[in-house]
Design a protein around this ligand. Structure first.
Ligand code: EPZ
Length: 437
């Protein structure tokens, strides 16, 4: 397996551009199934998860071409005639479950492997299924697959299954995946749908804007109540994906830890406002320089501990919880992080403690007693964001840190090592073959 070697104590400076948002790109790719025409997506990040989603669409007989240099992805879903997302792909990437809404909406039926849990939590889909039922689908779980089919009469032009019927849906929790899947399920349903207690992340608005550019009629995305008037067909479109706010937050902490003066381009302050204000509260010099870039002058000596509590947007993003923990690990005093979204998102703490951090986890709380300096050690990436956090810890540590299981990181960060190296970090990707030589 490949791994990173990260040598600490380098000063970062210069500018780095954020790629397109992983957690928008994957949904827009799934939503392309709804289109009767060709879809062109721009600013698509060249990351592992995008390639997996492209493979999922190909198993449905969509045509997918990805120009990784130009970050342009073209999808033609006209000939989609398979309504099953196979276990081996859904097991690789949970987000594959997001083809369920579009397939159910366009063809009235879908068979998708139950994604199962992951390192950070159970990751259930009960809210997705409850919403499909409200829209007139019959759900059953058979041999590890969810099978959903619309009860009402034949979908327009398709013998497969029936057509969904608009409904009022109330989510018990503002789940992003459930909001996205139900929005996509409702766009071709008969009549009106409202989704209350909807997720409000900016990626939800990106998906709604994309669907509307194909002829959907969605309003209220970004608020907790989304309204959708079902239409008969959706046409093709060309659309540019929003920048990745979590990648932006990752580079902000890299700069806070060891950056003299770093500009993160396409980092939109309002998309991660609470996170940026929390970084500012520690005493780091962070400012929004224009509508789409953020400047950080790190290496401050006198930093202050803070309290962090993760919540659905606009609260502090859970995906940046492991990231800010690395900064707080070297801020003198006691900081406390409370994780309210996932049940098991402190797996990285033991790895950080092996690098000399002093963090105690008690249920949903991590109590961080800041230390002067971290020290290099061989560590593992447990998931995407925890893995990125290990690399950031290596940047700030004394010595050379080896970060293993970096496939987690490569799923969601495009050229992570190259971007950090362009700022002056000393990070090397070591492949299997090089180790054996
Ligand atoms: C999305 O996951 C993101 N993934 C996650 O990012 C992110 O951490 C998460 O939202 C929260 O912001 C993608 O967008 C591909 P949820 P999702 O449905 O949609 C519970 C990353 O690092 N829940 O909002 O699965 C669930 O168990 C990844 O890029 C139910 O109980 O998140 C969890 O505790 C990691 N039943 C909470 O809600 C359901 O039917 C949040 O889940 C659905 C969710």
């Amino acid at each position: 397996m490949s791994y990173y070697i990260v040598k600490g104590d380098k000063i970062l400076k210069g500018s780095v551009r954020v790629s397109g948002a992983k957690n928008s790109a994957l949904k827009l790719m799934a939503a392309s199934i709804l289109s009767g025409g060709k879809v062109t997506l721009k600013n698509v990040p060249d990351i592992e998860d995008v390639h997996i989603m492209a493979d999922v669409l190909r198993t449905l007989n969509a045509r997918v071409d990805f120009d990784t240099e130009g970050h342009i992805l073209e999808i033609d879903a006209c000939n989609v005639d398979v309504f099953e997302a196979p276990y081996e792909l859904v097991r690789k990437m949970r987000a594959s479950v997001l083809v369920a809404g579009p397939l159910l909406s366009r063809f009235g039926k879908v068979k998708v492997a139950v994604p199962g849990g992951c390192n950070i939590g159970a990751r259930q889909i009960d809210l997705h299924l409850k919403g499909f039922e409200a829209l007139g689908a019959l759900n059953s779980i058979e041999h590890g697959y969810v099978i959903s089919s619309a009860k009402e009469g034949p979908a327009a032009g398709k013998p497969a299954g029936g057509r969904l019927t608009g409904a009022s849906i109330n989510l018990d929790f503002p789940s992003r995946g459930a909001t996205e899947n139900l929005m996509m399920a409702a766009v071709l349903a008969k009549g009106y749908t409202t989704i209350s207690n909807a997720a409000r992340e900016t990626e939800i608005s990106d998906l709604a804007d994309f669907l509307n550019s194909m002829g959907a009629e969605i309003s209220g995305a970004g608020t907790d109540c989304i309204s959708i008037r079902g239409v008969k067909k959706l046409h093709g479109t060309a659309y540019e994906i929003m920048p990745d706010s979590i990648e932006a937050g990752t580079f902000i902490v890299a700069a806070a830890l060891c950056g003299s003066d770093v500009e993160i381009i396409d980092a939109v302050w309002k998309n991660i406002e609470i996170f940026c204000l929390k970084i500012k509260e520690t005493g780091i010099n962070i400012n929004s320089t224009s509508k789409n870039s953020i400047r950080v002058k790190g290496l401050q000596k006198e930093l202050k501990p803070v309290y962090v509590s993760t919540l659905p947007y606009p609260g502090f993003p859970t995906d940046l919880q492991p990231i800010i923990a690395v900064l707080l690990a070297v801020v003198p005093g006691i900081s406390i992080i409370t994780e309210n979204v996932f049940e098991n998102r402190f797996m990285y703490v033991e790895e950080l403690n092996r690098m000399g951090a002093n963090i105690k986890v008690d249920g949903h709380h991590a109590v961080i007693n800041g230390v002067k300096k971290l020290s290099a050690a061989p560590v593992k990436a447990f998931d995407l964001r925890a893995g990125a956090a290990m690399v950031l810890a290596g940047l700030a540590a004394e010595g050379a840190t080896e970060v293993y299981d970096i496939y987690h990181i490569q799923r969601g960060y495009e050229n992570f090592d190259k971007k950090l190296a362009s700022l002056g970090a000393d990070i090397k990707l070591v492949n299997d073959t090089q180790i054996n030589v």
